[in-house]
Write a protein that binds this ligand. Sequence first.
Ligand code: ATP
Length: 364
Amino acid sequence: MSNPVENIRVAIRCRGFNEKERKAGDKCIFSVENEGVCLVNPENPTDVHRFGFDHVFGPEAQQHELWDQVGKPALDKAFAGFNTTIFAYGQTGSGKTFSMQGVQGGADGELAGIIPRMNEALFARVGAETAANPDIHFLVTCSYFEIYNEVVYDLLDPDNRKNKGAGLEIREHTVLGIYVKGLQEMVVDTPKKLQALIDQGMASRTVGSTAMNDTSSRSHSVLSVKLHQRDASDAARSTFAKLNLVDLAGSERQKSTGAAGARLREGANINKSLSALGNVINALVEVAKGRKVFVPYRNSKLTRVLQESLGGNSLTAMLAAVSPAACNFAETLSTLQYASRAKAIQLRAVKNEEASQVCMHMMK
Ligand SMILES: Nc1ncnc2c1ncn2[C@@H]1O[C@H](COP(=O)(O)OP(=O)(O)OP(=O)(O)O)[C@@H](O)[C@H]1O
């Protein structure tokens, strides 16, 4: 694989009706059509919106299908030395965290989302490759942070969490790219250790109850797993890859969330950063058409952190989560429009051989 030019891959996932929607006897306005979706305006049945996507997962789709189509290809690319990103976008309560993290328990862990599956598959592959070739050495590190009210907090550093207000700075390195200064970078060598850090980070994440979701994520979270591969017999084949797994805070209309006070302020910040993301997506669509336009990455912490994932050195998949219920028509339409625009973004990922040379110092 060498320097592919790829569009962002966009997947849609529609959950089933939740308790509230079922009790209200709400109508289903979403249907799957081949690799596309159809959304009908409940107020006007002739107002029909059709969109095509790379993958569509209906309410009956299982977590392992999402892993096969979206998670595993990203992991394969990381092993080939490419930065990869998966980010979940969608209305609050639409199933972003369910898709990314899933639910613990259930028979054979079938409710596990992309992140725990990624963890297990990553170390299974590290074990298999090391067994097949003793010259290959791996180093896996991870960091986990959230952006809450436009401030970056380290989810793996309890002191940083206690000291709310003093956030971390986002910086840029000529070889390693965008990074968060002072963020803890933990070395992990078993899936158990990585899962313990993920659980620790999840427990620290800012969550609040809104009218739309009892445990709504009020921050954007970024789990970043770095995979360093060193080939002792051929240094030129050493690589580095960053795997970013991003669970965005839910987009929402203030009216539908019943927000007030802190929730209202959070909501305003969430909407501000998601609209900054929308503006970056719009600009990148113009760039893909060959137009020279300014891409406003610096307008929010979120877009700055996602800069490489959206328009730089990364192969990226967007997972847009939606509700099937008529009461969410406006939000679902807006998510589908947002996701549909993102499809046009082109990515130019480069195999990280140069960066790996820098990172090799960390392994010595
Ligand atoms: N595909 C699905 N199958 C079963 N349950 C689901 C599915 N998607 C979401 N849910 C359930 O719906 C509820 C809301 O989902 P989730 O917390 O993932 O939403 P979210 O998009 O992350 O919301 P927020 O932006 O508010 O954090 C949870 O109880 C979750 O378990």
